[in-house]
Design a protein around this ligand. Structure first.
Ligand code: 7TS
Length: 400
């Protein structure tokens, strides 16, 4: 059996999405910016897709949604533009990001820090959550931007974006949220949440890879990251990825349609799977499940290196992760577990299971059996775990 439980890294392209994209490779391949019929025949499809994207996040017609190549680009764009517009010119000198943002925010923040910008890295609490008050405390009259993700990719922790949006508005500070892990899992309505900029990426909600977007509220400006042509109103040059845009439109429409299913059925499956995993002694989940996206579990199995567990799972045809794929080539501890202050052993033992609307009960039942066997095998050979399968007592709370 092959089981895919790494949906926070990427998702299967929905067959209906693929179907809608297919004509734009061999049949309708015109460059939409050309002045002939080949170009013209792509326009209605781009328009429809953009309408679906606007509707999916409840953007106003006067807002901009700029298509990019990925969320990494959108995130880089916001921070670098703020640097050019506010920091380099001396208008402001400070930005605030959470310490558990995706590397595309953290590395960009470190880069602009190296260029002279002050950066506050907001800590998370012991449950992996950001406290809105910490944003209020960090804001100064020189703060240009707050960037806090909607939901964390490792733990699924949902951050208080509504409160943070209000705090930013009150202090006249721009607010960006990376909503990559929230689209299709939570309602992401930009009008209600007072965000100025919002990042998302099609391949995290059953759309194609290589298409991201940045929502820009009306009246907010950004300096382009890519200069060149006049595409996307001159905000993002480069020939439009027609198939990608069409795919993202369809994927967004479906994500919104499936939101209730995700928030009820997927959540229920996740919760049952998690309950069963937590019956294994010395297992540990940090973020309370009602404060998490419905599809995510980050769980530590004391005494078992995450990579060893992944190996056993992979041997049995199961794809999971130890955290972000962006950092999976080194054997570093899970960064969120470290930020929480988990001890070295626990930080190295975290495994992320992320479900999708394609996940079945049968797959989870199979995974549970494989995990149990792997735990027994690996704890037996673990140097850091005193193996006692019967009545093992531990100081850790098993549960959530
Ligand atoms: N932001 C968040 C919150 C993410 O989770 C990711 C990818 C990105 C940005 C980057 O998106 P992209 O469109 O540039 O690919 N996160 C993960 C992950 O958790 N495991 O693998 C990739």
């Amino acid at each position: 059996m092959r089981v895919y439980l790494d949906n926070n890294a990427t998702t299967i392209v929905d067959p209906h999405v693929f179907e809608e994209m297919e004509p734009f490779f061999v049949q309708k391949y015109g460059n939409p910016n050309s002045l002939h019929a080949f170009a013209g025949e792509t326009h209605p499809y781009i328009k429809t897709a953009m309408e679906k994207i606007y509707a999916g996040i409840q953007a106003d017609r006067k807002d901009s949604v700029v298509i990019t190549s990925c969320a990494t680009e959108s995130n880089n764009w916001v921070l670098k533009s703020i640097y050019f517009e506010y920091i380099l010119t001396g208008k402001k000198n400070h930005i605030i990001v959470s310490e558990v943002e995706h590397p595309s925010i953290i590395a960009t923040a470190k880069f602009i820090e190296s260029q002279g910008c002050k950066v506050t890295y907001l800590p998370i609490n012991s449950e992996g959550l950001i406290e809105a008050q910490s944003v209020r405390d960090a804001i100064t009259d020189k703060t240009a931007l707050v960037s806090v993700m909607w939901a964390n990719n490792e733990t699924g922790a949902i951050f208080p974006v509504q409160e943070i949006g209000e705090i930013c508005k009150e202090h006249d500070v721009l607010f960006h949220s990376d909503a990559v892990q929230a689209i299709g899992k939570l309602p992401v309505w930009v009008q209600t949440f007072n965000v100025d900029y919002l990042t998302f990426s099609a391949h995290k909600f059953h759309g194609p890879k290589g298409v991201g977007a940045l929502y820009i509220k009306q009246g907010r400006e950004l300096i382009p990251l890519l200069h060149g042509g006049s595409q996307m109103g001159g905000l993002r040059s480069g020939t439009l990825n027609v198939a990608g845009i069409v795919g993202m439109g369809k994927a967004m429409e479906q994500a919104v349609d499936a939101l209730d299913f995700e928030m009820s059925d997927i959540r229920e499956m996740r919760d049952e799977f998690e309950d069963a995993l937590l019956e294994i002694p010395d297992t540990f989940v940090v973020t309370p499940r009602n404060r998490r996206t419905p599809n995510t579990i980050l769980i530590s199995f004391r005494g078992i290196e995450g990579e060893s567990m992944l190996w056993d799972l992979n041997q049995a045809g199961i794809g999971a992760s130890t955290g972000s794929a962006c950092a999976s080539e080194d054997l570093e501890a899970n960064s969120v577990m470290e930020a929480i202050g988990a001890d070295e052993d626990l930080a190295h033992t975290a495994i992320r299971f992320s479900l999708s609307r394609y996940t079945t009960q049968e797959e989870l039942d199979y995974t549970l059996e494989v995990v149990k066997k792997a735990v027994n095998r690996l704890r037996e050979i673990s140097s850091s775990y005193a193996y006692a399968p019967e009545g093992h007592e531990s100081g850790l709370t098993t549960g959530h």
